[in-house]
Design a protein around this ligand. Structure first.
Ligand SMILES: Nc1[nH]c(=O)nc2c1ncn2[C@H]1C[C@H](O)[C@@H](COP(=O)(O)OP(=O)(O)OP(=O)(O)O)O1
Length: 162
């Protein structure tokens, strides 16, 4: 199974609302859709190290204290395809910058473009952005690649300890 990460940097908008840093992905799985910065683990890397590296590579942000918010398993035609470790953070340095992989964008947490994201995201990301923890299994059918398969059903468990 592929091990991957997603990282959601959060900041206050100066009032009483939060914004999340999303990327519009320019290549790879989910190209053209919005997501958090993230990607596949490299050999010998921990999920946290991967989330830090991918956020640096994709948007030039140096994230520090990561809080684990989720563990998601994506199944394709009944087989485990990707396990994704989800983090959020309010600790980072630098300004988001576009790269070959991603266009970054600060988005109000109440205005996340779920219609331009993976079909499963609206089920777990709102809770993650509110500070909850989640474990989930999401079943896709229709063969590779995962981002062209159909999302069929899911199980979710909230308030999980990591
Ligand atoms: N159903 C799903 N919902 C979701 O929100 N993110 C998903 C997802 N399935 C996969 N992902 C994310 C997890 C991970 O961040 C990313 C993996 O995409 P890629 O294979 O393109 O990885 P990389 O960005 O590492 O690509 P390369 O740098 O080209 O290896 O896709």
């Amino acid at each position: 199974m592929i091990e991957a990460t997603l990282c959601f940097p959060l900041r206050n908008d100066g009032g009483d609302a939060d914004e999340v840093l999303l990327i519009e992905k320019r290549r790879g799985l989910g190209e053209g859709w919005y997501n958090g910065p993230g990607g596949k683990l490299e050999a010998g890397e921990t999920p946290r190290e991967c989330a830090v590296r991918e956020t640096r590579e994709e948007v030039g942000l140096e994230v520090t204290t990561l809080e684990k918010a989720g563990e998601l398993t994506f199944l394709l035609d009944g087989e485990g395809h990707t396990r994704c470790h989800v983090y959020r953070t309010r600790s980072f340095a630098g300004e988001p910058t576009a790269s070959e992989e991603a266009y970054p964008e600060w988005v109000p947490v109440d205005d996340v473009p779920y219609d331009r994201m993976w079909d499963d995201d609206h089920l777990w990301l709102p809770g993650v952005l509110e500070g909850e923890t989640v474990a989930g299994e999401f079943r896709f059918e229709g063969g590779e690649p995962l981002d062209e398969a159909d999302f069929v059903d899911h199980d979710l468990e909230w308030d999980v300890s990591f």
